[in-house]
Design a binder for this molecule. Sequence first.
Ligand SMILES: Nc1ncnc2c1ncn2[C@@H]1O[C@H](COP(=O)(O)OP(=O)(O)O)[C@@H](O)[C@H]1O
Ligand SMILES: [Mg+2]
Length: 77
Amino acid sequence: MLPREASVSVSVTDNGIGMSPEAIDKAFEPYFTTRDTEGGAGLGLAIVYGFVRQSGGDVRIASQPGKGTVVELSFPA
Ligand SMILES: Nc1ncnc2c1ncn2[C@@H]1O[C@H](COP(=O)(O)OP(=O)(O)O)[C@@H](O)[C@H]1O
Ligand SMILES: [Mg+2]
């Protein structure tokens, strides 16, 4: 049997506008969006969070304004 810590991770990286620390803190909250004018619903990352946690995994954001964003999903193997 595999060790309990074995995990599979998937990360998505972009070179977009990045996120402030405040936006990172709130990003998984349902309906939090900074994209009202573009029609953002604020549900994308909330849904990702729910799916990952229900699967026993975790999701983390690393981002800096102007430098892009990495979202890493990790799941038990
Ligand atoms: N790849 C990204 N680059 C920069 N900011 C992001 C990115 N993904 C999410 N965000 C920030 O997190 C907020 C919440 O994201 P999300 O839940 O997908 O909702 P929405 O895209 O509808 O606004 C966004 O409004 C934006 O501020
Ligand atoms: Mg989105």
